[in-house]
Design a protein around this ligand. Structure first.
Ligand SMILES: *Cc1c(COP(=O)(O)O)cnc(C)c1O
Length: 391
């Protein structure tokens, strides 16, 4: 007998849970795209998108997923033959680098593996070694969703400045925006990319590139009109916002999501994510005391507040995921980019998530560990409840 029927919880690290308010905002007839209310709504998104990124700089919207934002960021800043430095701490920066390679860009990669953050000292060495200034941009992922590592993006600015290097600092905040604190301007980030389906709680389909004047100034001689961020940020005509038809329903959904973030307050959103992340870690610390389970990232300071990657031993990762999904209605994330993939899983705790949902995740996992006879330490749910109770 399955106990999965009822409201399910998709606890993967994106797409995240879509709030009812977002779904309801999208449930409507198509609006006129040529004039009227949609134009005002689109204009209203811009200051709020800048606010979540903590920037006064510009933001361009693209119809596409995070991969589209990756390509847009590269297309507006580097050109075939240029070199970029990719700082890999999991699958995602590797992917961004692969896209750069496809565009004819030379990618110098420092790979930190699957369970440690960027080593700033090593980056500084690489920058100092580049005395001719070949490296045009640094590609770094704030939170790598495959490993759940969180990197020190502000530290990269300090290292660039210390080395006196002029490369652009480009950050992927697709998994972290609206979950982990990020301050584009205060941290000296030149280009930041994100998408709508993780901390921004909207169905996948639109993505964003924030960029400052320095990034705009280095733009290559040729940028296709589709990727060009200038027309999108300073449109003479409304259609230039999107280089064609507006993603009408996504704009309504995003408006509702940004309203929710504003109503809660960005600081409170961050604190909620931090507390819920500590709740997950508290349970994992207990389970890990005996048996094969372990946190992928040892130091809490280097862990994401949006996703937690767990080492479970093969085939426990897949077995637990499947049990939770088919027996209890909880979908956990796959061991993305890991080998063997069935030895890992991930818990998404980003966006529209609260205490009872996280306690539900952990209680379900506890039941799965018992049902599958996977050895584990005791006291996980008590430890988690104590974090929630302390607030
Ligand atoms: C999800 C994610 C991506 C990819 O975004 P898509 O919308 O799937 O293209 C890239 N980087 C990070 C850090 C992500 O979490």
């Amino acid at each position: 007998m399955s106990l999965a029927n009822g409201r399910s919880y998709l606890a993967i690290p994106g797409p995240s849970v879509i709030p009812d308010a977002v779904l309801q905002a999208m449930h409507r007839a198509s609006p006129n795209i040529y004039e009227g209310a949609l134009h005002d709504l689109t204009d209203s998104l811009i200051p709020d998108l800048k606010a979540v990124a903590m920037t006064d700089q510009k933001v361009a919207i693209y119809i596409g997923n995070g991969h589209a934002a990756w390509e847009a960021a590269l297309a507006n800043t580097v050109t075939a033959g240029d070199t970029v430095l990719a700082l890999a701490t999991g699958r995602f920066c590797i992917g961004w680098g692969e896209m750069a390679t496809d565009m004819g860009i030379t990618v110098q990669t420092i790979d930190y593996g699957d369970s440690t953050p960027i080593d700033l000292g090593q980056v500084e060495e690489a920058l100092r070694a580049d005395s001719s200034g070949k490296i045009k941009a640094i590609l770094a992922v704030h939170v790598d969703t495959s490993t759940s590592v969180k990197n020190d993006i502000a530290g990269l600015r300090r290292v660039l400045d210390a080395a006196g290097h002029d490369a652009l600092l480009m950050a992927d905040c697709i998994a972290s925006l609206g979950c982990d604190p990020f301050e584009m301007d205060a941290w000296g980030v030149d280009v930041m990319v994100s998408a709508c389906q993780k901390g921004l709680m909207t169905p996948a389909g639109i993505s964003f590139v924030w960029y400052n004047a320095k990034a705009d100034a280095v733009r290559p001689a040729r940028v296709s009109r589709y990727w060009d961020w200038r027309a999108r940020t300073d449109p003479d005509q409304y259609f230039q916002y999107f280089n064609g038809t507006a993603p009408t329903h996504h704009l309504y959904g995003l408006r509702a999501a940004l309203d929710m973030i504003k109503a809660e307050g960005l600081e409170a959103v961050f604190t909620r994510h931090e507390t819920l992340a500590r709740t997950v870690w508290a349970a994992l610390d207990c389970w890990s005391a005996d048996g094969p389970l372990a946190q992928n990232i040892a130091d809490p300071a280097n862990r994401s507040h949006a996703v937690t990657s767990v080492v479970a031993g093969s085939p426990n990762g897949d077995a637990l995921r499947h049990w939770c999904e088919y027996e209890a209605g909880l979908t956990l994330g796959i061991g993305l980019g890991r080998s063997p993939a069935d030895a890992y899983f991930r818990i998404g705790h980003m966006g529209h998530v609260n205490a009872h949902m996280i306690m539900g995740v952990l209680g379900t996992m506890q039941a799965g560990l018992i049902a599958l006879d996977i050895p584990h330490g005791t006291g996980a749910l008590d430890a988690a409840a104590r974090v929630i109770a302390a607030g």
